[in-house]
Design a protein around this ligand. Sequence first.
Ligand code: K2U
Ligand code: ZN
Length: 173
Amino acid sequence: MPDPTTTSLLAILEFPDARLRTKATTIKDVTHTTAKLANDMLATMYEAPGIGLAATQVNVHERLIVCDVSEDKSAPLVLINPKVIEGAGTIDTQEGCLSVPGFYETVTRPEQIHVEAIDQNGNPFELEADGLLAVCIQHEIDHLDGKLFVDYLSPTKRQMIRKKLLKAQKYKL
Ligand code: K2U
Ligand code: ZN
């Protein structure tokens, strides 16, 4: 769990905000700023609550994602410049998204993935993930490419979600 005295909660962009469609840029060197952003993203994710968050969602367009699919928020993962090297099998998951609040739809993705990334100390690492962690990592990497889970739905469904969220946002101060 991040230390609440040194982290801040970040605002999460909501669909159909066009900034969610930005393609995030590769992080050239991992600095204290990168580590601070990762901590703030973890704090924001736990608070939401969620099990994943991409920098794109907090309007920072760099290739950084965080995940924690553990029951007791004890397994934070920070992946910088994450890349899925290989995928196998398929899994259907009822996905939600902190940027598409209140909507859950089934998405099919590879069930096992091999991921290459850099950690918050700047060290490259590889990871085999399956199940919910594999889904989460793929969902977050989609965010870095400006892709949302609603893009896997029919245009009709996506348009319905868009209209409902725009209406709800209009009444938010
Ligand atoms: O918006 C986000 O990227 C956080 C996502 C991550 C996620 C979506 C679908 C499947 C796995 C991870 C979620 O909103 S976090 C909320 C949540 C919690 C448990 C299960 C599914 C979604
Ligand atoms: Zn999402």
